[in-house]
Design a protein around this ligand. Structure first.
Ligand SMILES: CC(C)(COP(=O)(O)OP(=O)(O)OC[C@H]1O[C@@H](n2cnc3c(N)ncnc32)[C@H](O)[C@@H]1OP(=O)(O)O)[C@@H](O)C(=O)NCCC(=O)NCCS
Length: 155
């Protein structure tokens, strides 16, 4: 398994993962194209590729000064619980830290138990709740990971 930067030829695979993981608001191939072409300078898209060259997961992290946001992370449904999400997360954290972020933020649906367990295991902590954050009225939980050794001052 390899985690690497996404390229043009990954767009269809990422779009399929988006539809599977986020059917309500999947990113389109057109949107992904713009991001992969580098027209969104704060955005990095990663893919996890298995030994046969199949894309089995993706993540998107954006970094703006000291704040990084994990906007997406997903593993192909039939490949979950095998460490792929963990590897994508580690790679996303590496990018965030290397670009100078001091914390990594994300929003997760209150009813997404798998993702909440995943983030909890990784060490994220809840910092806020946003009522009716999602289109269907679901609450969003804001989670954060502070990077040790960053130059930011403690809260
Ligand atoms: C969240 C997600 C990316 C995790 O990917 P993954 O490849 O299954 O993650 P990993 O195998 O690296 O899991 C690491 C650990 O997280 C925890 N975890 C992951 N999924 C879990 C689940 N369904 N239930 C309980 N714990 C879970 C476990 O501690 C797991 O370690 P273990 O398998 O040794 O017990 C995946 O479930 C997914 O794609 N979900 C749909 C998309 C999504 O909701 N993304 C997040 C949006 S905010």
């Amino acid at each position: 398994m390899t985690v690497r930067s996404a390229a043009q030829e990954d767009i269809d695979a990422i779009a399929a993962l988006e539809l599977e993981a986020f059917p309500e608001d999947a990113w389109t191939p057109e949107y992904l194209q713009v991001a992969i072409e580098g027209k969104m300078p704060t955005v990095r898209i990663l893919v996890a590729e298995d030994d046969s060259g199949t894309v089995v997961g993706h993540a998107l992290v954006s970094v703006v000064y000291e704040i990084a946001e994990l906007q997406r992370i997903a593993t192909a449904a039939e490949r979950r619980r095998r460490g792929i999400g963990g590897e994508l997360l580690v790679a996303s954290i590496d990018i965030a830290r290397s670009e100078g972020a001091e914390r990594l933020l994300l929003e997760v649906r209150e009813d997404n138990a798998s993702a909440i367990a995943f983030y909890d295991r990784a060490g994220f902590v809840e910092i806020d709740r946003r009522e009716r954050y999602y289109r269907d009225g679901a609450t969003g939980i804001v989670l954060a990971m502070e990077f040790a050794g960053s130059s930011g001052s403690p809260d």
